[in-house]
Design a protein around this ligand. Sequence first.
Ligand code: URP
Ligand code: ZN
Ligand code: ZN
Length: 471
Amino acid sequence: MSLLIKGGRVVTAADDYIADVFVDDERISLIGLDLDLPADRVIDARGKYVLPGCVDPHTHLDMPFGGTVTIDDVEAGQISAAFGGTTCHVDFCIQPAGATFAEALAEWRAKADGKQTIDMGYHMAVTDLVNGGTLEELATLPGQGITSYKLFMAYKGALMVDDETLYRTMEVASKTGALVMVHAENGDVVDLLVREALAAGNTSPLYHALTRPPEAEGEATNRAIQLAHLAGAPLYVVHVTCKEAVEPIARAREAGWDVWGETCTQYFFNSLDDIARPNFEGAKYVYSPPVRDASNHDVLWNAVRGDALSVISTDHCAFLWDGQKTLGKDDFSKIPNGGPGLEDRLKMIHHFGVNEGRITLNRMVELLATNPAKLFGLYPRKGSVAVGSDADLVIFDPSREVTISASTHHSKADYSLYEGTKVTGAPDVVVLRGNILVENDELVASPGVGQFVRRARFGEELAQSKTASPA
Ligand code: URP
Ligand code: ZN
Ligand code: ZN
C-alpha cells in the first residue's frame, strides 16, 4: 500500500520543515515539496505535525507481579499505545526463577503471539544466574536481537539481584554489546524500612513512598554507575525520579562515561499529595520508585531540557484499582506496584512540555522517539522521519483539545493517573510501516500487523530492510 501525506510540518529531533512524505511498501521512500505521485491513499496533513512514531523502551504487558498479573496484555497494551502515538515498544521479558533465558523468551513470545498491533522487542530481565540462565547463555542474547539486560536492585525476595549478579551481567554486556539497564533503589534498606513501618502500624499507601526515600534511589544509582564504569559496560538507569539520582547521572555524563538516564511521564505530574489521597485512592499512585515531593518536578524538567536525562518512557504497568490495588488495603507493601500511561505520554509531554515552553518540539521528538530508538538498537529504522526508515508516523494535530480520562482510554485500567487533565494537541492518524492503525479515533488495523524487531547491538545501527525481521 502506498501513502502520500501532503503538506505536513515534518518534525524530527533535528529538523522542522513543511513537506510531503511518500510511503511505499512499509518505508518512507521520498520526502519533498509538492510531490505528485499516484498513491493508494492521500492524507491532507496541512496544519498538522508529521512526527516519527514514538518508541517506548519501558513497558510491562501481561507481567506477573506483586501477587497478580498486569491488567493489560499485549493486545490491550499495544492498542492503547497506538492510540497514544507509540508504534514500537520494548517490553521486559522477566526470567522466572530457575528458568533459562530461552525458556523465558519462549514464555514471553507466546504472550504476544497473534496479538501485536505495534512493533516490539524485549529486554531480558536477569533474576537468577545460579539455577537458571548462565553467563554463557546470557552472552548469546544479543545475537538473537535481545540487546539489553535489565537488573532490579530492589524488590527484595522477588526480582532483586545481588551486586555480584549485577556486576557479572555488566561484564558480559561489556563484551557482547548489550546495554545494561537498572532499576536503582537500595532494596535491602527499603525492605528494612517497610518492615519497620508495618511494625509501627503504618499501613496506608503513603508509607510506600516514605519507605523508599530519595537517598535509596541516589545510592543505588551511584553504585550502578560506578560498577558499570568498572566493568566497562554502558548503563541506562530507568525511571529516575529525583535530584539524588539525577545528580550522579549528570556527573557521569559530564565526565564522558557511557551512562544514560530515563524518567517517566508520571514523575513530572504526580507527587506525595496524590499517594496521600484518602479512601485508599492513594493506591493508584503506588509505583516504584515512588512519587516524590513536588519540588522534583522542576528537577526533572531541567534534566530533560538539558543533557542529564535522555528519554521519557511510561513504565506502563497497569493494574485495576478495584480488585488488584485493593490487595494491599490493609498493608501498603501488598499493593501491586505500577500504573498505566502508554496512551498519555505524547499528549502530556506535548502539552506541558512543549505548549508550556519547558522543552522544544525537536527535543520532545528526541526524548520520545529518537533517543530510545538509538539507545536500544532500533535507529534509523525507527525514531525518525527519513527516507529508508520504516513508515512509522504520527500525524499530530497541535490544536486538538482532549480531556484525559479512564472513561476514554484504551488500557483496561479502571483509572488514569491524569484523570480530567485537559491538553491541547493529540494524534489524528497513527501509521505503522505504512499501515494505518488509528484514524478518527478508531482502530482501523487488526492485531497481527505488529512484528518483533531484532534490535542491533548497543552503538550499532539497525539496517533498513523491507520488513521488520522476526526475532
Ligand atoms: O512500580 C513499577 N515501576 N512497576 C513496574 C516494575 C518496575 O519497577 O519497573
Ligand atoms: Zn523498576
Ligand atoms: Zn518498569
